[in-house]
Each structure stands twice: as structure tokens, then as C-alpha cells.
Design a protein around this ligand. Structure first.
Ligand SMILES: [Mn+2]
Length: 358
């Protein structure tokens, strides 16, 4: 594995490349062209400039998170082929710049969903949190307003204000889309992009839905072992792969995370590893990465990745806001750096124990 760090780019991220360079063991960044909109072709010169900037800081681009998929593709509307063609052109431009990993998701309307962006924990840190009761009580059109005040002025990925202004319209567009239709549209999208992925060896890595169940009655498909294995079989090409996000699959306590990793052997191309603390099955908050601070056994998660021969980039995921830092919720420097260091420590211990035969 390679330890990496998500970076949103100059002007969008409070964290700078030189700071990421100083986190022990972090050699790559996972980045994006944050000012592109879904459906737009990424220009070769913009990709090239981003790559040069990252490399000038002594790092490299380990993957893109995300190239967002236009709603027309998810809905399967008449103009979807045009948007798939645009996506293919973006992949081609990335491949030509020697970029071989693309994370994406297939969630309708809302990207990840949280009901609080700054829940206070007993140690005074603040974290993102989710309570089903709060979602059930909320009009989806008010979702954005209800959390925007705690965003520290940042534009949240997947929650761009222009997009959120169209929530009602988006809900209408998805009205006839159930889980099966969404799955068929995803399969069609993957079949269409596999040739360009094969040509440039681009590994597509689908991010799970977060939380891993339906919110506001919208279809959700990338939620458990059964569904993700079905997708792997439907388009049985190594370039159709997975972003294993422990914090997203882990929202459903019935998902056995190490077992899922083992079942997906060879198809996990990217890993987000973080912990959650459950107060009840319907209420969780994001904790420090350390096993004892949350609900998951992080050692077992890392061990499953190790034992399945995982070679892709891994990154700490959302961190707590600590030490007075002001940053995009979940994406401060300090706690994610602690997370990276902890995960590297687990990996070193697992690796040495394996090599010594104990
Ligand atoms: Mn994730």
C-alpha cells in the first residue's frame, strides 16, 4: 500500500502541499479539479498543471477523487450517452498524464449525508455526525441549509450550493429510478468506459453510499457485500473496482468490514480507513482513527487489507477538528495526519509480524 492524503487544491483546501509532504510516510495525494462540474471534460492542460504542482512539492498524484458522474448518466436520460462520452474523454486525458486511479460514486442527489458537521465530543474536538431521527424530521430541501452554517465557509464536496439549489428538481428527475434501474445504469456506464480504462490501465474505484442505506426514499445500491459483489460480477474486469471506505460501509453495523475486504480481494484499488463511534445503530459520530476511540477494530481492517495483498493507495479519512484548526469539516490537517501515522504504525506491525511468521 501507499499512504496518501486527500487534497482539494490551492484555493479550496486550507492544507498545503508542503504540510502534507511533512507527514511521515505520506508520498502521494488524492486530488481533483475541484472547480469542474459533473459532465464537463477535464482539459489536458489543467490536469498537467495540477500534476506539475503536486510533483514540485515532492509528492505525486496517486489517484483522482473524484471524477463526478453527471445525473443524466445515473438517471439514464436521453442525453446520458453524450455525458458518458465526455467522461471517456476525461479518462483519456487522465491516462495520458499517467494517472491510473479514479474514485467516483453513484449516489443520487446527495453525496454523503451527515446531520451535524461539528458535534462536540468529550475531549472538546468536533466531528461530523449522523442521527437518523434528524434526517427523518427534515425536508430534504432544507438539508443543505441545516448544516451549511457549520461548514467553516468551505464548499463541501457533493454539496455545492448551485447543486443544492436544484434539490427539488433533482428529486423529480429521480422519481422513476429504483435500485434496479440505478444498477442497470451503473452497469451500462461501466461497460461503456471499460475500453478506455483498459487502454490506459485506469482502475475505476466506486465509493460506497454514505450512509449505506436509502435516505429520503432515494435509491441506494453500493451499500453491502452482496451488492458490491454483484457489481463486480456484472462487469467482470479488474478495472471495475472498489474504493473500500470503512467509514461508509461501516455505517451499517451488519457489514462485516474485514470479511468484505477478503471477499473483494483483487478488486479493491483504493482504501479510505477511518473509525466511527456508534451511540446507537441510528446515531454515530466520526471518531479518531484509533480503535479504542470508536467502534471498529482498525487492526483487523488493516490486517485484511494486508492479507489480501492490497497494493493501492490508502488514506486516512475524515478527521476530528482539533487544536483550534479551522478547515473544511472532516478535512483538517492535524487529525488526519495523526490518522495516517497510526495506520502506518499498524501496517508496519502487521508486516513485520507476517515476515517473522507470527
Ligand atoms: Mn470515504
Amino acid at each position: 500500500m501507499e499512504m496518501t492524503f486527500r487534497w482539494y487544491g490551492t484555493g479550496f483546501d486550507t492544507v498545503e502541499l508542503w504540510q502534507i509532504r511533512q507527514i511521515p510516510g505520506v508520498t502521494g495525494v488524492i486530488t481533483t479539479l475541484y472547480d469542474t462540474t459533473p459532465g464537463e471534460v477535464w482539459k489536458p492542460e489543467k490536469i498537467h498543471a495540477l500534476k506539475e504542482q503536486v510533483e514540485a512539492a515532492g509528492l505525486h498524484i496517486a489517484g483522482i477523487e473524484s471524477v463526478n458522474v453527471h445525473d443524466a448518466i445515473k438517471i439514464g436520460s436521453p442525453d446520458c450517452e453524450k455525458y458518458i462520452d465526455n467522461y471517456i474523454e476525461t479518462l483519456e486525458n487522465l491516462g495520458k498524464e499517467d494517472i491510473h486511479l479514479v474514485c467516483y460514486n453513484f449516489m443520487p442527489v446527495f453525496d454523503w449525508t451527515r446531520t451535524e458537521l461539528a458535534r462536540k465530543r468529550p475531549d472538546g474536538s468536533t466531528v461530523l455526525a449522523y442521527t437518523q431521527a434528524a434526517v427523518d424530521a427534515l425536508d430534504p430541501e432544507k438539508m443543505f441549509e441545516s448544516i451549511a452554517g457549520d461548514a467553516n465557509g468551505a464548499i463541501l464536496p457533493g454539496w455545492e450550493p448551485e447543486r443544492m439549489a436544484r434539490v427539488k428538481e433533482l428529486f423529480e428527475m429521480y422519481a422513476g429510478i429504483d435500485n434496479e434501474k440505478l444498477f442497470a445504469n451503473l452497469t451500462h456506464f461501466l461497460e461503456r468506459i471499460m475500453p478506455v480504462c483498459n487502454k490506459y490501465d485506469i482502475k475505476m474505484a466506486i465509493h460506497p453510499d454514505d450512509p449505506a442505506w436509502s435516505v429520503f426514499g432515494l435509491p441506494r445500491i453500493i451499500i453491502n457485500k452482496e451488492n458490491i459483489l454483484r457489481l463486480m460480477k456484472a462487469v467482470d474486469d479488474v478495472h471495475n473496482g472498489v474504493t473500500f471506505c470503512s467509514g461508509s460501509y461501516g455505517t451499517n453495523l451488519e457489514n462485516d468490514l474485514p470479511e468484505m475486504i477478503r471477499a473483494l480481494k483483487g478488486r479493491i484499488h483504493f482504501a479510505h480507513v477511518r473509525n466511527l463511534k456508534f451511540n446507537s445503530p441510528d446515531d454515530f459520530e466520526e471518531s479518531a482513527h484509533l480503535s479504542s476511540d470508536g467502534t471498529f477494530d482498525m487492526y483487523e481492517i488493516m490486517k485484511a487489507l494486508y492479507e489480501t495483498g492490497f497494493e493501492g493507495p490508502i488514506r486516512p479519512d475524515h478527521g476530528r477538528m482539533i487544536w483550534g484548526e479551522k478547515a473544511m469539516p472532516g478535512y483538517g490537517l492535524y487529525d488526519r495526519a495523526l490518522g495516517a501515522t497510526y495506520l502506518n504504525g499498524l501496517w508496519e506491525a502487521i508486516d513485520k509480524a507476517a515476515k517473522r511468521g507470527r
